[in-house]
Design a protein around this ligand. Sequence first.
Ligand SMILES: [Zn+2]
Length: 364
Amino acid sequence: MVPAAMWLALIGLILIGPVFGYAADATPRAAPLRPGGPPPVVALAPLPGRKIGGVDCVRISDLASRLGLQVSVRDRGKRASFTGPVGRTELERDAREATIDGLRVFLGDPVVEAGGHLYVSRIDAERCLTPLLRPGLGVKVPTAPRIVVLDPGHGGKDNGTSAHEKTYALDVARRAKKLLEDSGVRVVLTRDSDVFLDLPQRAAIANANRADLFVSIHFNALPRDTKTSGVEVFTFAPQFQRSTNSWSPRESDDTEREAAPVNRHDHWSAVLAHAVHRRFVVDLKTFDRGKKLAHWGVLRALSCPGVLIECGFLTSESESRKIGTVAYRQKLAEALAAGVRDYGITIEGPTRRPTYAPPDTRAP
Ligand SMILES: [Zn+2]
């Protein structure tokens, strides 16, 4: 057993470290081993809040101090940034799109202003910003992933967006499986041939294998659009939040009142999504279409953190040409495997972060 004093010291480091501004790691190193099991959960009192437009909101300055971050507000209260060990977070009044350390992240609700202060919804504070800015704070920390389930989308009678989607998804999954197995992780594919599986079956395979995490692999398409390209990473929308796409014109609110089983893992799904997202954007230099929320049926019943990744557009002339090559699909697999490894590093040392080059956020 680890002495209680050591855990107290660790918790102190988590909570106090950013106040003293320890520097982000400059050199890669192996994931630290965590002796004696997970640290105890630090119980957090709910942040004070107020209802704005029917949504329970918290002041961003309260959230920043909870997370140990500096906050600055500019443009007459229109924009705010958090700065701290995980880089810079940009928030904008009336916008759902945030930027976290150079990555586009869609909140479930817009940032709002009331009484001269900026607010985010409590759900975004607790299930998006806290996991991304202070992973592990206030929640049970799982063990680093030992069993990973990769889910090549579609299959059999279900081609997906085109006849290529199911084939490429399986190819990327097989390549990522090999890479992860080489680093000592057990990997299960939901399908390893061109067979049809319905969505609940895929989550059931993950649950039956006691998966530590689940990644569903897809490719995107937009009819009559040969230009749009880039990557999107999805987590299942938290209970009482809409999907990102439901905010588009002519779409309607698709909020679900019931919690899905995977909602128990919202915190770590967000951390996993961010890790995979970063690798796709940084390592592949692909256009960043953001981390989004959706009610994907394949994620709903998971009893572990899960994400769905849209690796690129098969309708994009330039991107589909790349995706059609073995070399690029290998790179997709490498980014996925690296993202999963980064997630493990984050779990092993919640005060640490994997090292990577800063993302290039310019559009292609
Ligand atoms: Zn698909």
